[in-house]
Structures are given as structure tokens and as C-alpha cells.
Design a binder for this molecule. Sequence first.
Ligand code: FES
Length: 75
Amino acid sequence: VVVRAEGGAGIGINPDIRKTEDKVVDAVVVTELAKPLTAYCRCWRSGTFPLCDGSHVKHNKATGDNVGPLLLKKQ
Ligand code: FES
């Protein structure tokens, strides 16, 4: 269950996953990618969703959350 305050501030989107980390980022190595690195949004605040536009930084500062993108890297 995701609990969020009105306007998106106050309570983070991540209730308990890897909360000791400043930012949760996972990377998956894929061989069939056109670009060397693509970041996919996991905070649901990107203006270019599903791609990450860095909006997670503002969200993390405002809420104390630690969300970050999924990185797909070309091998
Ligand atoms: Fe959502 Fe970066 S903008 S993870």
C-alpha cells in the first residue's frame, strides 16, 4: 500500500526497501540496447516517464525518501 500526502510531499513512496541507502538504484545489463545507458523512473514523478529525468532528487529531498531509477546498461 502506497500512502502519499496531498500534493506528493511528506510521506515517501518507499516504505521499507533498503532504507539504509541514500538512493535505491538497480542496474540490469542487457546486450540488445541502442544506447549505452537508459534510466527508467521508479518514483512516478518524471516529466519524461517512463524515463528518469532526475525528478527523484527533488522528491527525495522533500520527503526524506531514497528512490532512484532503474539503469539499463548496454554490455
Ligand atoms: Fe523518477 Fe528519476 S525521475 S526515478
